[in-house]
Each structure stands twice: as C-alpha cells, then as structure tokens.
Design a protein around this ligand. Structure first.
Ligand SMILES: Nc1nc2c(ncn2[C@@H]2O[C@H](COP(=O)(O)OP(=O)(O)O)[C@@H](O)[C@H]2O)c(=O)[nH]1
Ligand SMILES: [Mg+2]
Length: 247
C-alpha cells in the first residue's frame, strides 16, 4: 500500500535522542491509524544513530520504516532532500530528531495539504509565541529573529520563521523542485520556501507548539555564519536564473 504520508527525520549524531523520538512517532501513527512511513536519514553520523533508529523502527513492524544512511556528513539540507527523494508518500513531512515540535502537531501541517488548500506548510514559532514552552537561550532566540529579518530583506519573502524543523510538502508539486536546490546546510529551509514561492506553489506558515531541547547540535557561531552565506548564495542563484522562471 502506498503511504499517504512520509515522515522524514534528518539525524546527525543523534544516538541519544533518536530512539525515543522514533518510538513517539510510531506510537502516535499507530494510535491515529495513519497510513504513513518513517524515514530516518543518517547524515554521516559517527555514532550509533542508524542502529538505534533501526531498533526503534523494528518495534512497529506494521509501520513501514527504514534508515537511509551515507558516510559523509553533508548537512541537514542534503539529508532532508535525500529523504524527500526517497519518500513514497503523497505528502511528506520532515521533523527534527528532537521533536521540538511534538508530532501531535502534524495534522496542523498535513490537513491544509490534504484538503488542497496549500502545497507547502511549515511550522512557525513567530506567529504565536505563547505556544513556545521552553525557549531557546536568549542569544539564540534573538539571533533567530535577526536571521529572519535578513531573510525577509534579502529574499523578499514575507515569512516570520523560516527555520522551524517541521515542514510538509505536496510531493507531486514539490518533487520536481528538488532538482534545483543547492543549499546543503541550515540555509536550505530558506531555499525551499524561496523556490516554492517563485514557482507558484501555495505556502502557509502555521503556528505550532515548540520546546527547545538544550542538547542542540547547532554551533551558533559556525552555523550562523554559514547560514548568512547561504542566504546570499540563494540570492545569487535567483539572479542567475538557477531556480527557473517566475510565475
Ligand atoms: N547540527 C547538525 N544537524 C544535522 C545535520 N544533519 C542533520 N541534522 C539534524 O538536523 C536537526 C536539527 O538539529 P537540532 O540540534 O535539533 O537543532 P536546534 O534544535 O535548532 O538547535 C536534527 O534532527 C539533526 O540531527 C548536520 O550536519 N548538523
Ligand atoms: Mg532542535
């Protein structure tokens, strides 16, 4: 049976968190009787991420699940694209391995795609800040606001939080766009939204619950410098026509 939904979890050195997260997702899918598959993409982890994920998936043999892995760490963007390419579902949703947005929120993203209102839906921490339980450290949260301001200025997109690790796609429309995506690390979310918007897909930013997990894998200094570079690269690519024509 073709799954309706593919859930993709990009994972880099997540041996500590991935087992619990996969279990939570599978319990939820089972309790809701959803027709879904789960794909963990091991982004070149040096730890036992793949083994732990496989063990957790094996506990629900009725839910299709697998680990896709490769040896080098290419970055979250590359990992998510790998998962989307392998996805069989009509709708694909990716979620961070720490489930900062609880999986119970998934229908908020999936329903507008199911009923044909939207093509890309994405979780947001900016539209309703009362939904944030545990906040990120102050510096990181402010950094996020600055980053989103830069994104709005440089790309012309009108969204408030492009970076939440919880996004869903109507795959018939989004799959062809994967070919032009070039950003491998944390700037990929911006590229996804930019290209989808340019190509006329219907995007919707949706407030979701969110809780910071302080075992963050993101290095504020190294990764934010890269992210700003990646946003500038998106602008260059757009100018050079790498993303295809407008509407
Ligand atoms: N840091 C990092 N995370 C990656 C990479 N590839 C995939 N990921 C995954 O991207 C997600 C985001 O990381 P996380 O630590 O939750 O970020 P934060 O909560 O925003 O600080 C997690 O599921 C990671 O396992 C990578 O190369 N670096
Ligand atoms: Mg996280």
């Amino acid at each position: 049976m073709v799954p309706e939904i593919s859930i993709i979890i990009p994972a880099f050195d997540e041996a500590e968190r991935i087992g619990t997260s996969v279990s939570k997702i599978l319990h939820y899918l089972a309790s809701e009787a959803m027709n879904a598959e789960v794909l963990v993409v091991d982004d070149g982890s040096a730890d036992s991420t793949a083994v732990v994920a496989e063990a957790a998936l094996a506990e629900f043999p009725n839910i299709p699940g697998r680990v896709v892995r490769y040896d080098l760490n290419w970055g979250k963007g590359f990992a998510v694209r790998t998962g989307l390419t392998a996805a069989a579902g009509r709708i694909a949703l990716f979620s961070d391995a720490d489930l900062s947005t609880p999986i119970e929120e998934m229908n908020k993203l999936v329903d507008p795609i199911r009923n044909g209102e939207s093509d890309v839906t994405f979780g947001s921490r900016a539209l309703d800040r009362t939904l944030i339980g545990t906040h990120q450290p102050w510096r990181r949260e402010q950094g996020g606001k600055v980053f989103n301001l830069v994104v709005r200025t440089l790309t012309g997109l009108s969204f408030w939080d492009t970076q939440c690790g919880f996004k869903a796609f109507e795959m018939k429309k989004f799959r062809p766009l994967l070919d032009v995506m070039q950003i491998d690390r944390f700037g990929f979310d911006v590229e996804f939204l930019y290209v989808a918007n340019l190509r006329g897909l219907r995007l919707k930013e949706i407030p979701v619950r969110w809780n910071n997990d302080d075992r963050s894998k993101v290095s504020v200094l190294r990764d934010s410098v890269r992210m700003f570079d990646e946003v500038r690269q998106i602008r260059r690519n757009a100018r050079n026509g790498a993303y295809g024509g407008g509407r």
